[in-house]
Ligand binder design. Sequence first.
Ligand SMILES: [Zn+2]
Ligand SMILES: [Zn+2]
Length: 146
Amino acid sequence: MSNEKVITGGCLCRQIRYEASGAPLMNVLCYCENCRKVTGSICMANSMYPKPQVRILSGEEMIKTYDDDQTDSGSVLNRSFCSNCGSCLFTTRTVNGVTGDFVVLPSGTFDLGVGNEEWVPQREFYCKNRASWLPPLENTVQLSTM
Ligand SMILES: [Zn+2]
Ligand SMILES: [Zn+2]
């Protein structure tokens, strides 16, 4: 056994469970319109992992995927969710029919302790869409788009 950090997570109804091991490539808040729509919130808080670091533990048959092709970048975002409870789960990106080798996990599905201190954003995407009442964060790279 390695002593890599393993974080577990899953959907609201707990049928889909996963684990992510090691460090994420990046933690990002995204304020783009698509991320707002898919979460129903003011932004999406995401961790990007190399695919081999993420393992589905249960409920794989419950996963449904919506291919979001109305993106700013023109690439297709394969946004998966639980077909039972609707929680957002894994997102991958497909460009010209080729799916990328990273997977995006929404940090709200991680099993984090009180205060969620383990998850800290490093970048903010689509700050041009950021709500004006939300004070700027310290220690993030803030990008107008991405
Ligand atoms: Zn569920
Ligand atoms: Zn976004």
